[in-house]
Ligand binder design. Sequence first.
Ligand SMILES: Cc1ncc(COP(=O)(O)O)c(C=O)c1O
Length: 503
Amino acid sequence: MVEVSKHYPKSKLPIIYERSNVNERAALRSSPLYEQLADELAAQISTGVFGPGDKLPSVRQVSQNKGVSVTTVLQAYQLLEDRGSIEARPQSGYYVRFIPLPSLTVPEPGFFTPPDDLEEAQIDDLVMMVMRDSTNLELIQLGAAQPDPSLLPTDRMNRILSRLARLNDIHQNMRGLPEGCIELRTQVAKRAFLLGCSIAPEDLLITSGCTEAVSLALRAVCQPGDLVAIESPTYFGILQAIETQGLRPLEIPTHQRDGINLEALDFAIEHYPVKAVVVMSNYHNPLGSCMPEENKRALVDLLAPREIPLIEDDIHGELSFSDQRPLVAKSFDQNGLVLLCSSFSKDISPSYRVGWIAPGRFFTAVQKHKMATTLSTPILLQHVIAEFLDNGGYDHHLRKIRRAYAQKVTQTVHGVLRSFPKGTQISSPEGGYLLWVQLPRQVDSLALYREALQVGITLAPGYIFSSTPKFHNYIRLNTAYMSFAAEKALDILGGIVQKMAKA
Ligand SMILES: Cc1ncc(COP(=O)(O)O)c(C=O)c1O
């Protein structure tokens, strides 16, 4: 995989200015100091660091920060005013003018255009495109796995947040411990009972989302170069965590109903030095599969004698379509070998970035890595979630969103069956809000993604769910935003697929 910047036109990359002293650079250049300063500010305006309407730093601040005289700064600001890029407002300071700047290069949502072939469109580029699309609210959102914002308990969370903020408790301005606040760990531990586990608050660490939980788990159990068995297809965040830590993925076929193929995994660990296994046991992303209990038990039993850690991502576990959520594989773990990861991103808010990990016997290693990366997760947000879990009506909320997502998934399945060509296959999950769709072989999901974008629809192309192109004719649909408009969009999408299937 290649970094986004490698495919990003060089001319559009923001210029990174070091915080070096203007005086030092002045010695190397011949133009007057105030002109150099003006150029530096102009570059920051043109790259969008200061956008139209933004207030520039005060003359005194710039003078102190850059080690130049107040007169030099005033001259620089005057020059920028003469050039028409900033304006002075009486009693207020200097502001960037509201005029179209010819060299404004801030990437906007949907700015990335897919390269013409996959050779160029590396997985990271595609992931970035899908993520960017999710911030462009003009698109019909069938792509990124975002929950429906109207199904999040935003009002209640805001009320708790403002009440806690008004308390102005000294603790909210303290950094907190790497393992997180005890109130939230206690709430998570209480709920672990429903997952089939007996977990004490002391066994848990609060993380910045499930992403950090999985990443810390990998760090705790693997060394660079190690082989990690993963499901195929898998969530692209897992692929990225593996790649960025210098680990190697070993893809194991995974079934839409039963989850990871245990025979294939058994063969893999017999023949390769697998150091860890990662699964999404409940409502897999993108398959929607939920491993039957006997498979979860068998998976844990398979790994235990070889002492291979299992990283279990249960982020969708609460989104069961029935009133009862499924157990986790960790509930069968007798040896502390399962590192269970989750977050509140799917049911409470993705923006809080609050998740957790129950790392079993790897607690100390995870704690060490948490200290070395983000140190601790923002305290105030942990308290807000803890209070919502304690007495905000979390269970009532879960019942409501489970019903809503069950309906949205059904509605989307009907839409696909109605509009897509013969030969299309679709998953039938019992939880979550994602659908995995297999299109006729000749339909390329990247080409489809590109055409769909032209008509204002975004989706997730199959390429991002594997380190190989084997899912080229698959797409993942997010049903969370299903609405009348999205149903119409499915019809349009189906029409495009029909056309591509015939070509
Ligand atoms: C399976 C899975 N794990 C982890 C994440 C990321 O979770 P978070 O936003 O809490 O970091 C996602 C988000 O879509 C996901 O689907």
